[in-house]
Design a protein around this ligand. Structure first.
Ligand code: C2E
Ligand code: MG
Ligand code: MG
Length: 647
């Protein structure tokens, strides 16, 4: 038994002495009543003194027992050593006086009635007390001895045979009652220890359920209970409550590269450092993984922003973990009640949205919630739910925009561009819904649909007009893409050379080898590859060397600035030269004015695409455009008129 818990059991045993003031009172009242009767029936002498002392001790015991019991019920008393001693002295004193009363009566009186009264009283009391006080076994055995041994001595000294037999029986009874007390004591102690073990176990489970075993911080459940308490204690909250939601940036990478042991170590140190920075300003909980939540009652937005900056500043010192020094950053989102949310769930959700915003903004920063974030979130949510339906119910459409051969003015190819008219939100541009489709893992299915639709459309076009399709980086990572392409070609009967896939430079940012393999596979099938939006991303020239792109599409932002901006003109010319020397076709995107067309021609571009010739149009219209021959605006300028160039 551990000492602290030993004390608990002991306290319960002492409390058991006072547990039933009624039985103590009955014992005292009967003893006093019997004593008064004996005293009245006896000649004046020592018996009256003994009975007087008995009355005094009995009264004191009853008063103290009732007082302690009341205190105990109110929770004000503690079963201390003093109370135990008080009980012990009272109990022994009272038992001794009962024994003395029997002894004096047996020797001082000849009346058998008084003998019978005093001996019965002593015997009955001893029997009862051996069970009642077994919790403190030494008190019980002491009381039995103090009551019965003087009585047995009185019986023996009385002299008659019957009395002596009774005296011997009484001594035997002392032994029997002592044994009963010990047995009861053992059983009571076992029960108390069992109860104590059970409550210890319950305590342990409660701790496990409330605290995170890695960092020692409260866990998600405890934190939610705390928040609920805060929100439920005042019906209409007007004081500020801030929730800061923190996430360690790129924690997964640390775990993957340095191992989970280092990851765990980092989380422990992060928890310690958070404790140091936050101190009394709020309660910190680990919300699972690398997420921590800090609840700060009575904290306004300005203070919250300062605290968030303090935490980020602390992270900037780095973390020493044994032999590793890690430079780790964090992102924090915070929301402040009541402005940002009136109940717990809303405030949590808004702090989470703010965290998402901090991550989206580039990490290592803090962001506060504001209601425009919520509007954007709702819109994204609506687009997400709508997209699944859109694909199944044919809400998506394809438009086609001509890509014109500058030499002949004929349409060389058409780019398929997706359109979605949302039943509630109206037309949604692909630049908005395609990244959402990518994040939902829906882009592969959409690409498959575009491939089938576009290939079937291109089959209706005369001659060798090609179809250009945009392929997002996420689709290119999927090993299913070549199979989808082959299926679309086989189903439609379109020759592979008439299909061109446009990819952007961003595919090279996160090249895991898979992209590489898929690109090579597509080239083996005989497809043409175009590098779209060239000049806006990485613009590393090394992949122009390693991949044989058939077409280079210069980003429309350069063409937009070409008339007014000498740098844009220089870039356009340089790209034109580069592509010509690498024997690639070149497309100038976003041609809206004859002037831009002129610059594209000057720079040696082979193809052009833009509103000057046609906006993206439906399949029937594109068929007409193809059939109509060279497009207006593509004719060569008068060779006599020189092109004016800015110097
Ligand atoms: P992109 O591949 O660079 O497509 C060219 C974009 O420029 C199209 O915008 C087109 O409408 C627009 N455009 C064409 N000529 C002009 C012009 O003269 N002036 C101006 N200001 N714009 C012009 P759109 O259709 O909104 O598409 C935007 C982007 O969305 C595309 O850029 C492409 O990256 C993506 N996208 C469109 N459809 C699909 C698709 O089916 N799959 C994938 N993965 N992405 C697509
Ligand atoms: Mg494109
Ligand atoms: Mg483009």
């Amino acid at each position: 038994m551990r000492p602290a818990h030993d004390a608990d059991v002991r306290r319960s045993l002492v409390e058991s002495l006072y547990a039933s003031p009624a039985s103590l009172t009955i014992g005292a009242v009967t003893g006093v009543a019997v004593g008064l009767v004996i005293s009245g029936m006896s000649q004046p002498g020592p018996i009256q003194w003994v009975v007087a002392a008995l009355c005094l001790v009995a009264s004191l015991r009853v008063v103290s027992a009732v007082f302690f019991h009341r205190q105990l019920v109110r929770g004000a008393a503690v079963a201390s050593r003093t109370w135990e001693l008080a009980y012990e002295l009272g109990a022994w004193g009272y038992s001794g006086l009962l024994g003395l009363m029997a002894f004096v009566t047996l020797l001082g009186s000849r009346d058998p009635v008084t003998h019978m009264l005093s001996v019965s009283m002593a015997t009955g009391y001893a029997g009862g007390i051996s069970g009642r006080n077994a919790g403190r076994v030494q008190i019980a055995i002491g009381q039995v001895c103090l009551t019965l041994l003087p009585t047995a001595t009185g019986l023996w000294l009385q002299g008659s045979t019957g009395y002596r037999v009774l005296a011997v029986a009484m001594v035997m009874m002392v032994l029997g009652l002592a044994e009963i007390s010990s047995t009861i004591h053992r059983i009571v102690v076992q029960a108390l220890v069992g109860r104590r073990d059970k409550s210890l176990l319950a305590e342990k489970f409660e701790r496990l359920a409330r605290f995170d075993s890695l960092t020692g911080l409260e866990n998600r459940m405890a934190m939610q209970m705390r928040l609920r308490d805060i929100f439920e204690t005042s019906e209409k909250r007007t004081d500020a409550v801030t929730i800061l939601w923190m996430d360690v940036d790129r924690f997964k990478e640390i775990n993957d590269s340095l191992g989970h042991m280092v990851g765990d170590q980092l989380l422990r140190v992060v928890a310690e450092r958070l404790n140091e920075v936050v101190q009394g300003q709020g309660r910190i909980a680990r919300f699972g993984g690398d997420e921590f939540v800090i609840i700060c009652p009575d904290m306004d937005r300005v203070t919250a922003a300062a605290l968030a900056q303090e935490i980020l500043g602390d992270f900037a010192h780095g973390f020493d973990l044994g032999e590793n020094h890690l430079q780790v950053t964090a992102s924090i989102g915070y929301a402040v009640a009541p402005q940002d949310g009136r109940d717990m769930d809303e405030l949590m959700q808004h702090a989470d949205l703010a965290l998402y915003e901090a991550k989206r903004d580039g990490r290592n920063r803090a962001a506060t919630f504001n209601w425009s974030l919520k509007e954007r979130f709702n819109r994204v949510h609506e687009i997400e739910t709508g997209l699944r339906r859109a694909l199944d119910q044919g809400e998506l459409k394809l438009l086609f925009q001509p890509i014109v051969d500058l030499e002949t003015g004929h349409i060389d190819a058409c780019e398929a561009l997706m359109r979605w008219d949302h039943p509630v939100l109206g037309p949604i541009p692909p630049s908005e819904f395609i990244p959402i489709a990518e994040s939902m893992g829906m882009i592969e299915a959409m690409t498959g649909w575009v491939l089938r639709e576009a290939c079937a459309t291109a089959m209706a076009w005369p001659g060798e007009v090609r179809m250009a399709i945009n392929i997002s980086p996420a689709s290119l990572k999927s090993a299913d893409l070549p199979a989808n392409v082959i299926e679309a070609l086989m189903d439609s009967g379109l020759p592979a050379r008439r299909l061109e896939l446009e990819v952007t430079e961003s595919i090279f940012l996160d090249d895991s080898g898979q992209t590489n393999a898929v690109l090579r596979e597509l080239q083996r099938i005989g497809l043409r590859l175009a590098l779209d939006d060239f000049g806006t991303g990485y613009s590393s020239l090394s992949y122009l060397r390693s991949y044989r792109f058939d077409t280079l599409k210069i980003d429309q932002s350069f063409m937009a600035g070409v008339s007014a901006n000498v740098e844009d003109r220089a870039i356009v010319r340089a790209i034109g030269n580069l592509a010509r020397d690498l024997a690639m076709d070149t497309v100038a995107e976003g041609i809206e004015t004859p002037d831009q067309l002129q610059w594209a021609r000057e720079a040696g571009f082979t193809n052009v695409q833009g509103y000057l010739f046609s906006r993206p149009v439906a399949r029937d219209r594109i068929a007409e455009l193809i059939a109509a021959g060279p497009l207006a605006g593509t004719q060569r300028p008068d060779p006599v008129r020189p092109i004016r160039r800015a110097s």
